[in-house]
Write a protein that binds this ligand. Structure first.
Ligand SMILES: *Cc1c(COP(=O)(O)O)cnc(C)c1O
Length: 426
């Protein structure tokens, strides 16, 4: 037994607690897509799920999970052994056709997809240019890859281009030194110059602020400097774009240009709008062939269960058939909540997506706010450091298509009233 380690952990936990940053697990049972009960039976209206279309409780989705389970509950192995279910193959084909790409590969979560893609493709000597506000799974994938990383300012494509130019210069100097050292070895020179790759990696919709990556500029820069461009559309698929295809479609609606061929890889999750669990990467088939052969999170983990995949597939089919109905409800709800909260004097971060951050400031105030809302039967997450910078703690609401407009209006009233009470107390 290591007493020393236990004492260190205890001290660290006490420190976290003193800063009001202790995280804990609150158990919930969702009785509908928007309402949940806790273990005391208290009911809440929930504004914190990623269930953007409310499809977790759609009868067709539930039925498809049930019927897929008839052939066994678990997949029983990795995709390369016995876990290669028909369901997985069908969902991959469906995602490929939805995204208009060439090929798709499933992973077990969105998190594992980022790990599995990034550290397989990005090698020692490569340079990854990563947005400062990218999701933790991108950051972790970069960390375990042996590539160099340059963080550019959030959505700042000038800063990105400056960093790329710097890396190009550094590379030239390096090759020059290599050449003078090995000027007898011409082959070595070619190898060095060709083996280094540049990657640009960004969230499509950023998970904390709900803002959208500047994809047209990013594709231009990626073309200009020969970079592999990877976007993570976890919060974009099923949410933005006329038919919910995500960031690429969002810009196609805006500018008329289809950027699909200019984005090398699109990553996504089955756990948000697609009402299930799992992740995927989609793009050229050659990347998928490579990942199947080399990506350790793909190779060494048991594949998703048939029920999990079947429910995502049904959710995707529902989205493809009913995008107008779902997305207009989602947008109506989002607009109404943003309007009402801003009019009520709350510091709402502007945007178009159903992720609505309300900046509060001190972590303690954000926690108090969330607690008072909870007492009123409304569940909203307080986002505190280290998820956001110190002094920028916030409430983060997510709106979904199945909230009713009455629920949105009542909730906005309650949020505004409690905010006024809180500042009056201070
Ligand atoms: C949620 C999220 C993930 C992780 O997806 P999971 O399927 O929940 O593991 C990855 N990237 C981004 C941008 C996300 O928002």
């Amino acid at each position: 037994m290591n007493k020393n380690l236990e004492n260190q952990i205890k001290e660290e936990l006490e420190e976290i607690n003193q800063k009001n940053l202790m995280r804990k697990i609150d158990n919930l049972k969702f009785i509908t897509s928007t309402r949940a009960i806790d273990e005391n039976g208290k009911e809440y209206l929930v504004y914190g799920t990623n269930n953007y279309l409310g499809l977790t409780h759609h009868p067709d989705v539930i039925k498809s999970a049930q019927s897929a389970s008839v052939n066994g509950t678990g997949s029983t192995g990795s995709r390369l052994t016995t876990g290669a279910t028909f369901e997985a193959h069908e969902l991959e084909r469906n995602i490929t056709s939805f995204k208009g790409t060439e090929s798709t590969l499933l992973f077990n979560t969105g998190y594992m997809t980022n790990l599995g893609v990034i550290y397989t493709l990005c090698k020692k000597g490569d340079v990854i240019f990563s947005d400062r506000l990218n999701h933790a799974s991108i950051i972790d994938g970069i960390k375990i890859s042996k590539a160099d990383v340059k963080i550019y300012k959030h959505k700042d494509t000038d800063d990105l281009e400056r960093l790329i130019q710097e890396a190009v210069e550094e590379n030239k100097t390096k090759n020059l030194t290599n050449n003078t050292q090995n000027n007898t070895n011409e082959e070595n020179k070619t190898e060095n110059e060709n083996s280094q790759n540049f990657f640009i990696i960004t969230d499509g919709v950023f998970s904390m602020d709900g803002d959208i990556a500047p994809l047209p500029e990013l594709t231009e820069i990626a073309e200009k400097y020969n970079c592999c461009l990877i976007i993570d559309d976890a919060h974009a698929t099923g949410v933005i774009g006329k038919t919910g295809k995500g960031t690429v479609e969002y810009y196609k609606d805006k500018t008329g240009t289809d950027l699909t061929p200019y984005v090398d890889l699109q990553i996504g999750t089955l756990s948000k709008a697609l009402a299930s669990e799992g992740g995927y990467v989609t793009g050229k088939k050659i990347y998928m062939d490579y990942l199947i052969n080399k990506s350790r999170p793909f190779i060494f983990s048991t594949a998703l269960s048939p029920a999990t995949i079947a429910s995502a597939n049904t959710a995707l089919n529902l989205l493809r058939e009913n995008h107008e109905e779902y997305l207009s409800a989602l947008r109506r709800n989002t607009r109404r909540m943003r309007e009402l909260l801003s009019a009520g004097g709350l510091n709402v971060v502007e945007g178009e997506t159903p992720i609505i951050p309300i900046i509060i400031g001190p972590a303690k105030l954000a926690s108090e706010f969330a607690k008072k809302l909870e007492d009123e039967g409304i569940l909203v997450s307080a986002i505190r450091p280290p998820s956001v910078p110190t002094g920028e703690s916030r409430l983060r609401l997510t709106i979904i298509a199945t909230h009713t407009i009455e629920e949105i209006e009542n909730t906005a009233d309650i949020i505004i009233r409690i905010w006024k009470e809180l500042i009056a107390e201070k």
